[in-house]
Design a protein around this ligand. Structure first.
Ligand code: ADP
Ligand code: MG
Length: 363
């Protein structure tokens, strides 16, 4: 296991890149702590696989360095980096038994058969595939093949990092939640550094202690699931995480305050000096209340999603969502919206531009 450091990393697939738009990875500086459970979350095409392949050595970055425990491994090929990678689609040997498939990475490293047996049995038990060990892999369902593929990634206990690239894509929906929590449990038992790539917020938030959110070749925030929910550093994070995502409302700055359709909106803290550019107010639907006073709106739609109601209201031509636990107004009703001040922020060109809410001091 190792700490992984990415320094000034950039990557372009073009032979002669010009501007930032020619780079699949724009500029990354990331530290992955030894033993951490990380998710790399972002929409398709944002550069997740590119980043994984650079860490594993399948791809040489255009610029920058990769360090494992402060040692530069940038020029090293994959087989000298001591990593395990699990791909979107199962990588197993159809003609071998499940046992031999799981044993392969260990035998390949010259482990003795007693050690091989011990590790294979332990991993098989964790993945609940013990009863399949003697079967040939060819006959397995796609779900089980991918389980074995994951087992092959987890079976060695001497790797620097285990990386999963959207491993649950081929897994049946009803099995997905099970494997998701299984992986979390495996991390706690195996204690290896793990990087789990996904475009699915639920997968990322279930698995990871730290989530690295990427958009368009850039990291927009690294934080715990709670931090990403409570204080998105970028409107993209607010929007991408949550259901529905954060309200992002065009606004203007005047006299140090933010105004939405002419009305002053109280914020968590002061707007940072010099803030300009495209100004938006961000507030999650969980922190929008419907009351007797506040911003006038008209209810457009109410969706009962079981645990609560999602109210979609229009303020002029701007849509604002609110999540209500109590009774909800009806479609067409005139209502007033209140944003919880400590959870309401200004964003400038997408980035957070207010100081954090003052911490409450207990007497
Ligand atoms: P993700 O895994 O997040 O879906 P990728 O890392 O696969 O994203 O892709 C990031 C960007 O790089 C995309 O614009 C994609 O089209 C481009 N890209 C990926 N692989 C190649 C390649 N081998 N050659 C050229 N462009 C590529
Ligand atoms: Mg990918």
């Amino acid at each position: 296991m190792a700490k992984i450091t990415l320094k000034n990393l950039r990557h372009s697939y073009m032979p002669d890149p010009q501007g930032p738009e020619d780079y699949a990875l724009k500029h990354l500086d990331i530290d992955w702590e030894d033993g951490g459970a990380y998710a790399l979350l972002g929409p398709s095409g944002c550069g997740k696989s590119t980043l994984l392949n650079i860490i594993s050595g399948l791809l040489m970055p255009s610029d920058g360095q990769i360090l494992f425990d402060d040692q530069d491994v940038t020029p090293l090929p994959p087989d000298q980096r001591n990593i395990a990678q699990v791909f979107q689609f199962p990588v197993i040997y159809d003609t071998m038994t499940v046992y031999d498939n799981l044993a392969f990475p260990l035998r390949n490293r010259g482990r003795d058969e007693a050690t091989v047996r011990e590790r294979v049995l332990a991993i098989a038990e964790m993945l609940e595939v013990t009863d399949m060990l003697d079967r040939r892999a060819a006959g397995l369902s796609p779900d089980n093949k991918q389980k074995i593929s994951m087992g092959r990634g987890l079976v060695r206990n001497d790797v620097n990092v285990v990386m999963f690239d959207e491993p649950l894509t081929v897994i049946d929906p009803h099995l997905k939640w099970k494997l998701r929590s299984k992986l979390k449990e495996l991390h706690q038992r195996v204690k290896a550094t793990m990087i789990y790539v996904t475009h699915d917020q639920t997968e990322a938030l279930t698995f990871a202690d730290q989530v690295v959110v990427m958009e368009d070749g850039e990291v927009v925030q690294i934080g715990t699931p709670v931090e990403l929910f409570e204080r998105p550093a970028h409107t993209f994070v607010g929007h991408f995480i949550g259901s529905p995502g954060m309200n992002v409302i065009p606004a203007e700055l005047r006299d140090g305050g933010a105004f939405f359709q002419g009305q002053n909106v109280p914020l968590e803290g002061a707007v940072k000096p010099g803030t300009d550019g495209r100004i938006e107010i961000g507030v999650r639907p969980e922190f929008v209340a419907v009351g007797d006073t506040g911003i006038e709106a008209r209810v457009n739609r109410v969706a009962d999603v079981g645990r609560h109601n999602v109210v979609e209201a229009m303020v002029g031509d701007q849509k604002v969502s609110a999540i209500l636990n109590g009774p909800a107004p009806a479609q067409g009703d005139k209502v007033h919206l209140q944003f919880q001040q400590s959870q309401t922020r200004v964003y400038s060109d997408g980035w957070i531009a207010t100081d954090p809410a003052p911490q409450e001091v207990s007497a």
